[in-house]
Design a binder for this molecule. Structure first.
Ligand code: HPA
Ligand code: ZN
Length: 330
């Protein structure tokens, strides 16, 4: 679906398509435990977040050089452009690479190479959001922020991802305070598999401005009221929720009731190479499965630009919003 939109919840490592994984494996002499792309795709049946993360981290072994990261990002941007994305705020997981001996500079400069030419090549403005892996220690997160200091001009925000349950936001109080002092914006995954309390904690302890997922807020009416009145954006990922079995089928996704409740919902792809679709496909899927009409889809697109970190460039936000209003569905 070509409706103009911003993508605000996208893990660049989750855009690694099987074909690129095998090409990079061959180039870098990395052995993958799958015969071919077809066999690899058979591994894409997940029971929960952890079963996905195991494969997600394993496949990253093929990413080694700046050029690899540049190719990965460029391939995503090309696909996103073809689905109407005009602005992308892209997550990356530095610890998943530094733990394998790939320097953080290789990751950031490689991604940066693709992002620098994105507006010209793909018509997409971009930002980078550096995520901490919450199943690693708070010290490791602090070391990562320290290691990123030479590259802060390329990073607009910090985030928190990986295995949620048992790793509450408060564990990362210190590193989020340090990120704030450095002028970075803040988001965090919360309420994907974890309880509503983690959403509250991300707001109150970490001071995040957007909640990634936030699906489970619906179990807590008081929290919903707060998210509505404070206009906290939620970056929902409906196809991810189905594939990771947070919900059984897309028809049961609460997106429609969340919008009806007044929540500032956005729709995103999370890890599109793994979850069966890029963000335009996701818009199409919620249209089909939940019967969202064209005006509701337009609202989701409008929300995505409202929730974007474009405060330094309101002119651009206004331009994107006018593209949403002008869009004619076919
Ligand atoms: N949740 C948490 N961590 C992640 C995800 C996700 O959906 N995708 C990549 N890392
Ligand atoms: Zn995510």
């Amino acid at each position: 679906m070509h409706l103009p939109k911003a993508e605000l919840h996208l893990h660049i490592e989750g855009t690694l398509e099987p074909e690129l994984a095998f090409a990079l494996a061959a180039r870098n002499g990395v052995d993958l435990p799958y015969a071919d792309t077809e066999e690899l795709r058979t591994a894409y049946l997940f029971d929960d977040l952890q079963s996905f993360l195991d494969l997600y981290y394993a496949l990253m072994a093929v990413l080694r050089t700046e050029e690899d990261f540049a190719e990965l990002a460029d391939a995503y941007l090309a696909r996103a452009a073809a689905q109407g994305v005009r602005h992308a705020e892209i997550f990356f997981d530095p610890q998943a690479h530094t733990d394998r001996g790939v320097p953080i500079g290789t990751v950031i400069e490689g991604l940066g190479r693709a992002l620098d030419r994105s507006e010209e090549t793909h018509g997409i403005s971009t930002q980078l959001i550096m995520c901490f892996l919450r199943d690693k220690s708070a010290e490791s997160a602090l070391e990562t922020l320290e290691a990123a200091k030479p590259y802060l001009h390329r990073i607009s925000a910090v985030g928190l991802d990986s295995a949620e349950v048992g790793h509450p936001p408060a564990k990362f109080r210190e590193v989020y305070a340090a990120a704030t002092a450095l002028g970075l914006r803040k988001v965090a995954h919360a309420g994907e598999e974890g309880p509503p309390e983690y959403i509250r904690e991300a707001l109150d302890v970490l001071g995040v401005e957007r909640i990634d997922h936030g699906l489970r807020c619906m179990e807590d009416a008081e929290l919903v009221d707060r998210l509505v009145s404070e206009r906290i954006p939620l970056t929902l990922c409906p196809l991810s929720n189905v594939r990771l079995r947070a919900i059984d089928v897309l028809e049961q996704h609460p997106l429609r009731s969340m919008m009806d409740a007044g929540l500032l919902c956005t729709v995103n792809s999370d890890d599109p190479a793994y979850f069966g679709g890029y963000v335009g496909d996701t818009f199409h899927a919620v249209h089909e499965a939940l019967g969202l009409d064209q005006e509701q889809l337009r609202t989701l697109a409008r929300n995505s630009f409202e929730a974007a970190f474009l405060d330094h460039d309101e002119e651009r936000r206004a331009r994107y919003l006018s593209e949403v209003e002008a869009y004619a569905f076919d």
